[in-house]
Design a protein around this ligand. Structure first.
Ligand code: BES
Ligand code: MN
Ligand code: ZN
Length: 509
């Protein structure tokens, strides 16, 4: 998790004596660098004159000035970061620009192992000061992420532990700045926690780990936590998760964590996340090349659970229930076989055509159970569900499907605002014909055509009329579009979208 101490400061830049003083430099309409007197230095002037620093987006110039700025001995180094011509952007683009700038700052700080930073907030026309602060800081914190737990301390594991202190300064007094930092920190922390879970290998993060972390959050924030074990699943006839778990020696868990808003009339959002801690494919074994990446098959569950930390902290005016069906998908001697028929929670039977289409099996039980038990206002599920979504959308957008257009629009808007873009795919009735079975109610694959859609069509059978949105994050949970604030590895995708959705919840009619 991120350990950065965030402070708001009113002390002028030249008083800062830490590792790195950061200034953002903009271009004017003609592309000329516009440095203001507050942070101009000879070194910057020289670099600009030589054409070495143009202040294009993410350009950076590191300066070791004997005189510091304003002729005072101060920070060890000054980092100038280019913002480009911000007038070319607007709205969400500016938010994303700031996150990217934040990521670049973190990257540059990492290269020189700068632990204490001072960030001079820029003014950006068309963007409120509180948004600039939130997005820049979020970018720094997200970009500062690393996972070194399994590295030897002395060789590859550097003594540098990331940014320990970030002082944020604004020349103008801006209301809500404190709140901006709080929001940024909460979101970035949750995403980092989700990344930590995902970075753990299959033997490091198990279904029991989901259970333990949920219990911890439940105690910390007084949220009620119930974890269904194998015997309870049997009693409730959850044949999907039990079936997938059959080939494994690791116990399955259905983790349920409930946040109740004070307001008795509050609506309820049910969040379901696929917590498949390792997907070998089962008897329908996956090819060995790249199979190690299937430790990331729990990223939906990681997102769902991490978000609950923010919910517990911020106590929004909406109930939030997270359910994580957790198991691995192995091929032990009692594993599910192609042709087997299982019975889901609620009674729907399913013919197993391919044991590698296991995500929908565990999600079906979780969705049916959650909808029955909590009668939520809406359901949002996140899952690394299909390879097919990567063919359709690559690693740039999460696939989004559902049965309720106003909920879909909200999710789309939330994703755009936080830099986790989604793209809606159709879910016409015709697609569900592909999962009709000759011997059971449905079958678990619909063949090659429209694999992402038929997977969603499967899930749809278990939510009834409840407004529902399904996020297929198989392309974005890792290998996400290159962004400065998303280091290689798991991205934590979905966390920020959900936080955004929950923070600004307005009753869904
Ligand atoms: N976890 C995988 C989906 C996946 C694939 C995620 C690649 C990330 C990258 C899922 O359980 C799966 O195996 N889906 C199959 C379904 C098929 C057998 C119908 C797939 O997409 O190949
Ligand atoms: Mn699979
Ligand atoms: Zn899977």
């Amino acid at each position: 998790m991120n350990q950065t101490k965030l402070t708001l400061t009113s002390k002028k830049p030249h008083t800062f004596c830490g590792d790195l003083l950061v200034f953002c430099v903009q271009q004017n309409k003609k592309g000329k660098v516009t440095a203001t007197r507050t942070f101009a230095s000879k070194e910057l002037d020289n670099a600009v004159a030589l054409g070495d620093f143009k202040a294009d987006v993410n350009d950076s110039l590191l300066v070791y000035s004997k005189k510091g700025i304003k002729n005072t001995k101060s920070a060890k180094r000054i980092l100038y970061i280019g913002l480009g011509n911000t007038q070319e952007n607007s709205g969400n683009e500016l938010r994303e620009l700031c996150r990217n700038i934040g990521g670049t700052i973190a990257k540059q700080a990492g290269i020189i192992k700068a632990g204490s930073l001072y960030l001079n907030l820029p003014a950006i026309s068309g963007m409120a000061g509180k948004d600039i602060a939130e997005c820049l800081v979020e970018g720094v914190l997200l970009g500062d992420y690393s996972f070194l737990k399994y590295k030897k301390e002395d060789s590859e594991k550097p003594s540098f532990k990331g940014i320990t202190k970030l002082s944020v300064y604004s020349a103008k007094t801006i209301n809500d700045l404190r709140q901006s930092l709080r929001l940024a920190k909460a979101t970035a922390n949750a995403a980092s926690v989700a990344r930590d879970m995902a970075n753990e290998p299959g033997n490091g993060w198990t279904p029991a780990s989901f259970e333990n972390y949920a219990i911890e959050l439940g105690q910390k924030y007084k949220m009620s936590c119930t974890v269904l074990g194998k015997s309870q699943m049997k009693r409730l006839k959850m044949g999907g998760i039990l079936g997938v778990n059959q080939g494994s020696s690791e116990a399955p868990k259905m983790v349920v964590l409930e946040y109740r808003a004070k307001n008795k009339k509050a609506q309820t959002i049910l969040v379901v996340g696929k917590g498949l801690t390792f997907d070998s494919g089962g008897v329908s074994l996956k090819p060995s090349t790249g199979m190690e990446d299937m430790k990331y098959d729990m990223c939906g569950g990681a997102a769902a659970l991490s978000v609950m930390a923010v919910v517990g902290e911020e106590k929004p005016d909406v109930n939030v229930v997270a359910i994580i069906p957790a198991t691995d998908n192995m091929s032990g001697s009692s594993a599910l076989k192609p042709g087997d028929i299982i019975r889901h929670y609620g009674g729907v039977t399913s013919e197993i055509v391919n044991t590698d289409a296991e995500g929908r099996l565990i999600l079906a039980d979780a969705l049916a159970y959650g909808v029955k038990k909590f009668t939520p206002t809406c359901v949002v599920d996140l899952a690394t569900l299909t390879g097919a979504v990567i063919f359709g959308l690559g690693h740039h957008r999460t696939g989004l499907l559902g049965n309720n257009q106003s909920l879909i629009e909200r999710v789309l808007a939330a994703g755009d605002r936080c830099g986790e873009p989604l793209w809606q795919l159709p879910l016409d009735k015709e697609y569900s014909k592909q999962i009709d079975s000759d011997v059971a109610d449905i079958k678990n694959t619909g063949g090659r055509p429209a694999g992402t859609i038929t997977a969603a069509a499967y899930l749809q059978k278990f939510v009834g009329d409840t407004p529902w949105a399904h996020l297929d994050i198989a392309g974005t949970a890792w290998d996400f579009t290159k962004k400065t604030y998303i280091p290689k590895g798991p991205s934590g995708t979905g966390v920020r979208t959900l936080v955004e959705l929950i923070r600004n919840w307005k009753n869904l009619s």
